[in-house]
Design a protein around this ligand. Structure first.
Ligand SMILES: *Cc1c(COP(=O)(O)O)cnc(C)c1O
Length: 366
């Protein structure tokens, strides 16, 4: 069946276990963030098999799904929840990230109702300007929470390089660390999670001489695609090719290189321009923008992506003898992986290369 994503579980296990080891060498616990793979059950199981004990997602539904699949882990909700979600959050989530007192109050009330204690991590704004309480307001925020029944503050956390592109530098980590130390002391709290960030923290993790109070990181892309996210660089000793899109050629024809007739906008409101290259061999691949973030694809065959619409990718196939029915393989970036893993129209297949064939650094081949 095409289109399909081939997922190499051995490579994912290797990446997860390697990152976990690097974290442990510095006294840091690691949570695997599975939002990028749509909370895939098989992948979650592979992660747990590789020694991961904590899984995080941004959607409660996916946490509920993984729990009902009986994948044993501590489940963390890392997108601060909406007020309308609190009952599901208390029901399914072990630890949730929080930044709004009204939501925490609602969680507390719901936890009383469900006769549970709910653990929370207070998100701190450190400059990336997405979620989080401003650092100066964190003590007051925590004081308010400590008044609430059935809520336990188990950590503070920060996020970097997601919205504003702000790098988790040694300086930022020291700031978060001293805030954590202050809170632990002032409120006699044991912060099991002082969560310093995500795959953008890779360089900090490898280079820091002193992690301070930071004892936790949340990794998604580094596990699945073996990349840090500041420069998009490959992380040495990890695989970059655990995911691969396989799509099928549905038309091959020699056609002009520039559209002809009276031109207006395309289906996406764009007015694309094309280079005149005379007649060219063009192929259509049977997947498009409703199922994949096309800009994140790199063909592993000597074709070049010319453009795409909702269900088609058009490639220059001049330098191939590609025929209808052939498969073209594509490497994926994070955006492409997320879209493919979320689309119900893309089949997921699990492959396990053996050590010999899948040695890194991996070469791309047609
Ligand atoms: C997505 C996300 C992560 C994981 O980010 P990666 O760059 O994939 O490692 C960690 N924390 C939060 C809050 C996130 O939203």
């Amino acid at each position: 069946m095409t289109p399909r994503v081939e997922i190499d579980l051995r490579k994912i296990r290797h990446n997860a276990a390697t990152l976990k080891k690097w974290c442990e060498e510095k006294g840091i616990q690691m949570t695997a963030v599975v939002k990028g793979v749509g909370g895939d059950v098989q992948i979650a199981r592979a992660l747990v098999d590789s020694g991961i004990t904590s899984l995080a997602d941004t959607k409660v539904e996916r946490i509920a799904k993984l729990k009902s699949a009986q994948i044993p882990a501590t489940y963390m909700l890392i997108r601060t929840p909406a007020l309308s979600e609190v009952s599901q959050v208390v029901q399914h989530v072990d630890v949730s990230a929080q930044s709004e007192i009204d939501v925490v109050r609602a969680i507390s009330a719901e936890a009383v109702k469900q006769n549970k204690t709910h653990a929370i991590i207070v998100m701190v704004e450190m400059g990336d300007l997405r979620e989080g309480v401003m650092p100066k307001d964190v003590p007051a925020f925590i004081e308010q929470i400590l008044q609430l029944p059935n809520i336990q503050v188990v950590g503070i956390g920060a996020n970097f390089a997601c919205f504003g592109g702000i790098i988790p530098t040694e300086q930022k980590m020291r700031e978060l660390s001293s805030l954590a130390k202050y809170i632990q002391k002032e409120y006699s709290l044991l912060l099991r999670y002082v969560s310093g960030g995500n795959s953008a923290n890779y360089y900090w993790l490898k280079q820091t001489k002193d992690v301070g109070a930071i004892n936790h990181l949340r990794f998604g892309e580094a596990i699945f695609l073996g990349r840090e996210t500041i420069r998009g660089a490959a992380i040495p000793n990890l695989y970059q090719d655990a995911f691969c899109l396989v799509a099928e050629v549905i038309e091959v024809k020699t056609k002009p290189s520039v559209p002809y007739g009276v031109q207006s906008r395309n289906a996406f409101g764009e007015t694309p321009t094309f280079q005149e290259r005379g007649m060219m061999k063009r192929a259509i691949v049977g997947i498009g923008r409703q199922d994949v973030h096309v800009n994140g694809l790199t063909p592993l065959a000597p074709v070049e992506i010319i453009g795409s619409s909702s269900d088609h990718i058009i490639v220059d196939a001049t330098h191939t003898d590609i025929q209808v029915g052939d498969h073209i393989r594509f490497a994926v970036d994070y955006g492409a992986m997320i879209s493919l893993m979320t689309s119900p129209y893309v089949q997921k297949t699990y492959v396990q290369t053996d050590e010999k064939n899948g040695r890194f650094p991996t070469k791309t081949s047609a």
